[in-house]
Design a protein around this ligand. Structure first.
Ligand code: ADP
Length: 486
């Protein structure tokens, strides 16, 4: 199949979170399965990197979008290690900025242009997509554009659209006044009418109305977002489309996140030989200048420091636990100042137990995944989550809230049967997190002798689970094929 894949971030070119990872790994897996994929994304300044070959394909493309005359160029590169073409939309006025997102005055315009330009790219390349696979609100106008402004072009006659929701917390909702800027004012009747009347226009909402199929990144999240509590205002339309909504767990990149060959680690390890993990722990503690002790467990946390990640529980619970119990806590993440301030203060209060680094650092993320004994992920909600799967793979036992993809990937450890892969709390409150961390520490026990054996068995339960993309890609292909069968 020919698949036009559109995303606002694609690793390694530009990534702010899981979306970037998926937008790189899924096309890779599709291509490996024999499909013809073309990716389109904005040409942010960070895309240019030493050694990266980027060529100009078409200069000075002019497009009328509503009242705007937009001029851009198309560059092309390959997804590293593959033949997958990545078309880069070069429009400095919109994309030459330090961050990927958050430019209030023209955010809607930045991604409107991405949507129109992606279809232009297909036209120039004479690439007739069987599937336009679009991601999150930033690419959500494409299903409607295919049915309206681009409907005349026979290139898209067979095209079905699939919208993947990575996080419905980000909806791209603007004042209804942006309608003209989308270039779709003549199709106003195809937008959500109640929303328009209420003075709002949601990009994601529009995509949900018009995509031929909607997927989201875990089965549990697919159910959660149909509820009033977790639908963030989209539950109504999601319930209406439940027959066309599928939850497919994200995979992980098994080359990048693989303890048997991770280039960031001082020593490799595997489920059959965990000795290298201890070396990684020692190296981690050395790098962070924290005292190392084999029998003292290290809890790791690598995350964007935002409300979604359940950090309010961490704020309430961890200081108390750090005073009362024997463990160390290492945090890597950037985000909201209130959380950064909290972790900075925590590190000062417990200089031998806590390390905080406010940075985005891939190498360090790998070392924490490998060197820590437990991994904390108490997210309020979590569409899929990748870090808990990395943790499982690295024998770093996850402590998670039972929500979304966390519920689908981490099974509560049962001491009697020896089954299970982590520690899971059901109710999102201080008590829940406190209980789960206490449970983890109690199963860790002294970290020696029989306790150690039990811990090793728990680690092994998670290490060889089939989390790779090659185990997932078939689910997407099923969705594509079903659309074409009608
Ligand atoms: P989300 O997409 O909501 O941020 P995920 O768990 O799905 O959460 O994906 C997070 C990705 O971003 C992982 O690959 C994780 O390792 C990475 N990440 C987050 N914060 C940092 C950081 N400070 N340094 C390095 N990697 C990070």
């Amino acid at each position: 199949m020919k698949i036009l894949f559109v995303s606002s971030e694609v690793a390694p070119f530009a990534k702010s979170g899981g979306l970037g990872d998926v937008s790189s790994a899924l096309p890779r897996a599709l291509a490996a399965a024999g499909h013809d994929v073309r990716i389109v994304m904005p040409f942010y300044p960070r895309v240019r990197a030493p050694g990266r070959h980027i060529s100009l394909v078409r200069q000075h493309v002019e497009m009328r979008i509503g009242p705007h005359r937009v001029v851009f160029s198309i560059f092309e590169t390959k997804l590293p290690g593959t033949d997958i073409p990545v078309s880069l939309i070069h429009c400095p006025g919109l994309y030459d900025r330090p961050g990927l997102y958050g430019y209030k005055h023209d955010e809607h315009l930045r991604f409107t242009v991405l949507n129109w330009a992606a279809l232009k790219v297909a036209q120039f390349a004479q690439f007739a997509p069987d599937i336009a696979h679009v991601n999150d609100w930033q690419a959500s106008l494409i299903p409607l554009l295919i049915k309206t402004h681009f409907a005349w072009d026979r290139l898209f006659a067979r095209t079905k659209s699939v919208l993947t929701l990575h996080n419905i917390g980000h909806q791209g909702t603007f004042g209804a006044g942006v309608l003209v800027d989308t270039g779709l004012a003549d199709s106003a009747h195809l937008f959500h009418q109640d929303e328009l009347r209420a003075g709002r226009l949601g990009f994601l909402m529009t995509g949900l109305l018009h995509a031929d199929h909607v997927t989201t990144v875990s089965p549990t999240y697919a159910k959660e977002i149909q509820t009033r509590e977790q639908g963030v205002g989209l539950d109504g339309v999601l319930r209406a489309r439940r027959g066309s909504l599928t939850g497919i767990l994200n995979g992980i990149d098994e080359d990048e996140w693989n303890p048997t060959k991770d280039v960031h680690l001082p020593m490799a390890f595997s489920s059959s030989d965990l000795s290298g993990k201890e070396t990684c722990k020692r190296a981690l503690m050395g790098a962070l200048r924290l005292p190392y002790a084999e029998n003292v467990p290290v809890i790791g946390l690598v995350s964007r420091l935002v409300w979604q990640k359940g950090l309010d529980l961490v704020v309430n619970v961890m200081p108390h636990l750090l005073r009362a119990a024997k463990f160390q806590f290492v945090i890597l993440g950037k985000g909201e100042p209130r959380y950064e301030e909290f972790f900075r203060t925590l590190a000062r209060a417990f200089p031998n137990k806590v390390h905080f680094d406010s940075a985005f650092n891939e190498a360090k993320a790998h070392l924490i995944e490998a060197g820590a004994d437990m991994f904390l992920m108490p997210s309020r909600y979590e569409p899929c989550g990748l870090n808990q799967m990395y943790s499982l793979r690295y024998g770093t036992v996850p402590i998670v809230h039972k929500t979304g993809g966390l519920a689908d990937t981490v099974w509560p450890f049962d001491e009697k049967s020896g089954h299970g892969t982590g520690f899971v709390f059901e109710h999102f409150d201080d008590h829940g997190l406190h209980w789960a961390v206490r449970r983890a520490l109690s199963v860790w026990g002294t970290g020696m002798g029989a306790h150690r054996e039990r811990w090793r068995a728990l680690q092994r339960n998670g290490m060889d689970l089939p989390f790779g993309w090659r185990h997932r890609v078939g689910r997407y292909v099923e969705v594509y094929e079903r659309l074409h069968r009608g």
